[in-house]
Design a protein around this ligand. Structure first.
Ligand code: PMP
Length: 356
């Protein structure tokens, strides 16, 4: 059965990745052992980790100051680990409040130092990305959430704050071409664009570390993970393997520049339909619309449940909006084929013919 999987994360993976991974589960590269059975320091897994690291470096074109880490605890752990390592008590960090995930990052940072929330989109239900805000020059860093998974907004261009830039890229990493070297630290849970749940990618500049004036528990210290090549303790071996296979696939698609073009086409297809179909409406400011999470509502609320039922019959899954915002959300991550977006668009047209 072919299902069109618009889940927000964990989400669709490329078929090739699933096929390779299924082989790796049964017999990893002729070792007679499953990838689930090998040592994280052994000769089977070490090349997987090295290739994953090298692929991140290559696909993001990172300069030599960057280290690439694969860490436990998802992006949510990074909400805390970033300020734990970087923000001394009494110092200020600047944060942008662009949605639920950004607000969670703010909450954690407040445990460690002063947080200056330099802008917020809360007043209009996070339907736009705030512009024209100023950043205190003495702040240690500015934190942004490049794509807001729940509200369907995305920073179209990166701010230039004149202080180090830290980004949560969980829902749009490697989905578009960016100058990643403009950042001092980037983190992302892998389960949307670069693999499956269980591992977070952290790209951090060595020169940004080392100024913490507090004791950092060993497992939370970035420098420990750098020194130990992400195997200080047992890493999430299988999730890193899936990430490596997905990164290989992303490279084969042509990398960030090629993916950006495909992702733009997919998003345009869907937004054009929403804007032209009288039964649907996208409340997000046009210039801030996400290419990854397309959020929309039914113009007649009584049609919301019937449309979800209609989608179910068409094998379209995962388009119910997040519990905090309602409506619909179609996630168009890197692995989402254009054909599935076309199927969703056709379903919206057919639904409008039946209910128009
Ligand atoms: N940041 C963003 C932008 C997200 O979308 C999510 C998860 N949906 C998170 C952080 C939290 O990620 P995790 O579940 O890996 O902790």
């Amino acid at each position: 059965m072919q299902v069109h999987n618009f889940n927000a994360g964990p989400s669709i993976l490329p078929n090739e990745v699933l096929y390779q991974a299924s082989k790796g589960i049964l017999d990893f590269e002729g070792s007679g052992m499953s990838i689930l059975e090998v040592s994280h320091r052994g000769k089977e897994f070490t090349p997987v980790m090295e290739e994953a690291r090298a692929l991140v470096r290559e696909l993001m074109q990172l300069d030599d100051d960057f280290e690439v880490l694969f860490l436990h605890g998802g992006a949510s752990t990074q909400f805390m680990q970033v300020p734990f390592n970087l923000l001394n008590s009494g110092e200020t960090a600047a944060y942008t409040d662009t949605g639920v995930w950004a607000a969670k990052a703010i909450k954690e940072a407040r445990l460690f130092g002063e947080v200056d929330v330099v802008c917020s989109g809360k007043d209009d239900q996070y339907h736009h990305i705030p512009k024209n805000f100023s950043v205190p020059p003495q702040a240690r860093y500015l934190h942004i959430t490049t794509n807001n998974t729940i509200y369907g907004t995305q920073w179209a261009s990166m701010p230039d704050p004149g202080i180090p830039l830290v980004a949560d890229m969980s829902s749009d990493i490697l989905s578009r071409q960016l100058d990643f070297n403009r950042f001092s630290l980037i983190y992302a849970g892998a389960q949307k664009n670069t693999g499956t749940a269980g591992v977070a990618l952290v790209m951090v500049r060595k020169s940004f570390l080392g100024e913490a004036r507090r004791s950092i528990p060993t497992i939370l210290d970035y420098r420990v993970h750098i020194q130990n090549g992400s195997v200080f303790n047992t890493p999430p071996v299988f999730a890193i393997y899936i990430a490596m296979l997905t990164l290989r696939w992303l490279k084969a698609q042509g990398g960030a520049a090629a993916l950006e073009k495909i992702n733009e086409r997919k998003a345009k297809l869907l937004y054009d339909e929403i804007d032209n179909n009288p039964l649907f409406h996208c409340p997000v400011a046009v210039e801030d619309r996400s290419r990854m999470n397309v959020c929309f509502v039914a113009t007649r609320p009584e049609l919301e449940t019937p449309f979800l039922d209609f989608c179910k019959k068409e094998n379209i899954v995962g388009i119910k909006g997040h519990r905090s915002s309602g409506g619909f959300r179609a996630s168009l991550y890197n692995a989402m084929p254009e054909e599935s977006v076309q199927v969703l668009v056709e379903a919206m047209r057919e639904f409008a013919r039946q209910h128009g």
